[in-house]
Write a protein that binds this ligand. Structure first.
Ligand code: FES
Length: 204
């Protein structure tokens, strides 16, 4: 009698073969994924991300600011900075660059030379000439305005700002901006969602 069992097992064998291949594929994918994740962790351990040390950007001629004057600069990445002149020696130490974004709720602060302070009109926040909160919500919370490094080359003033956001917004360039918010009370005219101060370690 002819043995026709091979005919009966055909579909079963086919199903088993398919299931076997699928399981092999799943195992291989799992191994690749596992090794990939392990590799990523190992790479992060061996080559930790370096802090963003920033790039130097031109701000203005030194003569643009007299002692006691302040201008507002917007970096290519959107950060806004008050640059205030405190001396006339022609060196970077004549100036101080502090974020103009209030660490309380993000309004724009401005320099008041007569009071030797930075002032935030939204909730009467006050900072001393070094950017340390002394009154209002920033004073209560012990908040400060992040500081940016400055450099003088000849008669030109440069500021170092984070580069991470320059890459994302490479089309724009830094510029001095009018201080529209200095006299504008309330939140809306002064809120600047783009004006993020640098994170810890971005600038040294
Ligand atoms: S946002 Fe500046 S004090 Fe509130």
């Amino acid at each position: 009698m002819a043995d026709d069992s091979s005919h009966d097992d055909g579909p079963v064998q086919g199903r088993r073969g398919f299931l076997g291949q699928a399981s092999n594929f799943a195992m291989a994918a799992g191994l690749v994924g596992g090794y990939g994740a392990f590799g990523a962790v190992a790479a992060r351990y061996l080559y930790p991300a370096r802090p963003d040390t920033g790039s130097w950007q031109f701000v203005a001629d030194l003569a643009r600011l007299g002692v006691g004057d302040s201008l507002r600069y917007q970096a290519p990445g959107g950060e806004t900075v008050n640059i205030t002149r405190r001396a006339r020696d022609g060196v970077a130490e004549d100036f101080i660059a502090l974020s103009s974004t209030c660490p309380h709720l993000g309004c724009q602060v401005h320099w008041e030379d007569a009071n030797q302070r930075y002032f935030c009109p939204c909730h009467n926040g006050v900072f001393d000439s070094a950017g340390v909160g002394t009154a209002g919500p920033p004073g209560d919370a012990g908040q400060t305005l992040p500081r940016y490094p400055l450099r003088v080359d000849g008669n030109l003033l440069f500021i170092r700002v984070p580069t991470a956001r320059l890459v994302a917004d490479a089309a724009s360039s830094g510029r001095v901006i009018d201080d529209d918010c200095a006299s504008a009370p309330g939140h809306d005219p002064c809120l600047s969602p783009l004006a993020r101060p640098p994170r810890d370690g971005e600038l040294g």
